[in-house]
Ligand binder design. Sequence first.
Ligand code: FAD
Length: 294
Amino acid sequence: MRIKEYYQNKPVFSLEIFPPKPGSPLDGVMATIDALSVLRPDFISVTYGAAGGSRSHTVAIADTIKNKYGIEALAHLTCINSTKAEVAAILDRLQKAKIENILALRGDRPADQGAAPLATDFQYASDLIKYIKSTADFCIGAACYPEVHTEAESAEADLRNLKIKVETGVDFLITQLFLDNNLFYAFQEKLAKMQIRVPVAAGIMPVLNKKQIERITSLCGASIPPKFRRILDRYEHNPEALKEAGIAYATEQIIDLLSSGVDGIHLYTMNRPEVAKQIFAQITGIRKHLKAEA
Ligand code: FAD
């Protein structure tokens, strides 16, 4: 099924996982899918080459999610430094696995490439979306940034570029992680002003490790609000305490977003099913209530 159809029955609950590093076996991620499947998410997305994960495994993992577990799969696909022929080969594999949904992304520039023009067939995610639409029939999601993409000239330019991207053929958006819901609500208002009307899922990351979140936020441009900074500083050397606080914080964000009528919650699971399970256990009644209302 096409993910855009799930958003007609919002809120949509989705989970994100990543493939193992190149050369590593798939057993661990398969066990992760097995554990996550009991949460009955609307879909599970699989990253593509993010944080060193193997690109070649993305299709195989999405295939398992869709065809073994019967859960809708969203395959991430980046285009930076890829040729059209390489992208065409992936599209072909996805079609053969009957995967109907792609999160079309530009991808991050390799650290050693600097800001030099990319010697590739694609400059932006919108080029990838145009190409996919010219060759195949997929439901297409894309990324958006409540705190502005790190390379954007300005917040206004980033929104204008987002509008171009959406008009190229985006069916739904998923946000970069954010730790302050007010940033998301302000972003929603800006989208409305720009008449960007596709569903927007809120990307939520339960934080379990201070160094990790500092590294991620420094790369992706998300901010750490004082309320969460206090938690990190207080419990950074106590994994049990930080895990408890990180899960509670993410759960509180999710409850607030759901109460405000968010289109979807996209949980960055970091391949930690026990964390996703603890969060979902805290919102069982809320999910039932919202399902009954829908
Ligand atoms: P784009 O939409 O192309 O935007 C990139 C920059 O270019 C922005 O600053 C934008 O304002 C600007 N821009 C866009 N169009 C134009 C234009 N026409 N003219 C001028 N400037 C323009 N990375 C991975 O490697 N693998 C993954 O699986 C992955 N999954 C992700 C999932 C989510 C939900 C998110 C939020 C990010 C993910 N990323 C992933 C990271 C992503 O690849 C990076 O953030 C990347 O730097 C930008 O990708 P994009 O698709 O948003 O790019």
